[in-house]
Write a protein that binds this ligand. Structure first.
Ligand code: 25A
Ligand code: L14
Length: 340
């Protein structure tokens, strides 16, 4: 229903993603009627601004969701496991940013540019999952190639910003950088090693296989979003000392042949994508350029001559925006327009 207004809860409102969700609701002119902001007891009482109004953040409780239509969650996996079913039971549809529900076969995992129709499956549990940031930007860029040429295999290396780990990680990079430059000892907290002037091949926890959970999210979530479990996917995910914006090197093997020129043209017309590809002229996607934008930027598109049907590309997006808040609010919009 086009003219209806929605009563919205933002759970984890004080976090890096939660604050961005508020901005995205404003920017996308989401038809908000009442809005309620929730956090842990640590941040309850904080005042945040939404559409020019000061709103006091409340501690999330089991009865926080009654009478609300839509809850946008970004409060970490454990919080989502505990509270998303409570909100869902109260009749409030949850769009969840954490990894808690993504691989539940009854919960749709949605990127609006790729599988918008999956939103309808929210009815199973009243929960929709928002994918991992690295996965979202990659599938936005790869969807047109998969449709046209069918992707057989992906080899991925990521260069991920610290903002994905929240506000404290941003402060940690800041402090460590200052300490290094001023010759003081470096203190670690969020990350197991110094992140300033370093690269850590370590995001989220390691599994017995030697892969990290972040790497396996890229494998499993990509297959689920494309609805194609035959795609071979292998990833190495790396944290680098960038504040915001994830970059990815992706090697793609397709079933049918695609020239670099055809891929470039295809992506120039793809929703949510902007091609920046004049390397000799210094034009290619960069984290500092993607910062603050909702677009997924693609460049360095070139043939991989080591195999018959191969393409290499470089994909960059703002991990807090399209990788999290923007995508969540877009899913909320699809729900609001069709079902709420
Ligand atoms: O488990 P997952 O799913 O893998 O997710 C792990 C983390 O990833 C982020 C998110 O961090 C999450 O904590 N994340 C989730 N989805 C993401 C995505 N798609 C994603 N990142 C990128 N892409 P975050 O910083 O974005 O958000 C954390 C928010 O969660 C709130 N929260 C935590 N436990 C909660 C809860 N809310 C309700 N109930 C709970 N039980 C959290 O609120 C935040 O809003 P907060 O009140 O705990 O703290 C927010 C502010 O408080 C400051 N702060 C926190 N701890 C301390 C502190 N200050 C001083 N000392 C501290 N010890 C922070 O500065 C922050 O601003
Ligand atoms: O959404 O960068 O599963 O530390 C959890 C790890 C988001 C990024 C998720 C990071 C990720 C986060």
């Amino acid at each position: 229903m086009a003219d209806k207004t929605i009563d919205v809860v933002v759970a984890g409102a004080t976090g890096a993603v939660g604050r961005q969700i508020l901005t995205c609701l404003e920017e996308q002119k989401f038809p908000v009627n009442n809005i309620r902001l929730l956090s842990s007891s640590r941040s309850a009482g904080t005042e945040l601004t939404f559409n020019g109004q000061r709103i006091t953040v409340e501690k999330m409780e089991k009865d926080s969701f009654k009478g609300y239509d839509l809850a946008l969650f970004s409060a970490g996996g454990n919080t989502s496991k505990e509270f998303a079913p409570v909100a869902a039971e109260a009749g409030c549809v949850v769009v969840d940013n954490s990894s808690a529900w993504r691989m539940d076969p009854e919960v749709p995992l949605v990127v609006p540019e790729v599988n918008p129709d999956a939103v309808a499956e929210y009815r199973n549990k009243n929960i929709i999952a928002n994918p991992n940031c690295s996965t979202i930007q990659m599938v936005v860029a790869l969807n047109p190639l998969h449709s046209e040429f069918r992707i057989k295999r992906l080899v991925i290396s990521t260069y991920q910003a610290v903002s994905g780990s929240g506000v404290k990680a941003v402060e940690e990079l800041h402090e460590q950088t200052k300490s290094c430059l001023e010759g003081r000892p470096v203190e670690t907290g969020v990350y197991p090693h110094q992140i300033a002037f370093n690269a850590l091949p370590h995001i989220d926890a390691f599994l017995d296989t030697g892969y990290s959970k972040e790497e396996m999210k890229m494998v499993n979530e990509t297959r689920k979003i494309f609805g194609d479990h035959s795609i071979g996917i292998t990833a190495t995910t790396v944290r680098i000392p960038v504040f915001n914006g994830h970059s990815e090197s992706v090697n793609i093997e397709t079933e049918r042949h695609a020239s670099a020129e055809t891929v470039r043209e295809l992506l120039q017309n793809a929703p949510g994508v902007e091609v920046l590809d004049d390397p000799a002229g210094g034009v290619y996607p960069m984290a500092i350029y993607a910062q603050g934008k909702d677009t997924t930027f693609v460049g360095r598109i070139r043939q991989d001559d080591s195999i018959e049907n191969g393409i290499n590309m470089w994909i960059v997006s703002d991990n807090i925006r399209k990788g999290a808040a923007t995508n969540t609010v877009q899913i909320g919009r699809l729900l609001a327009d069709q079902y709420l």
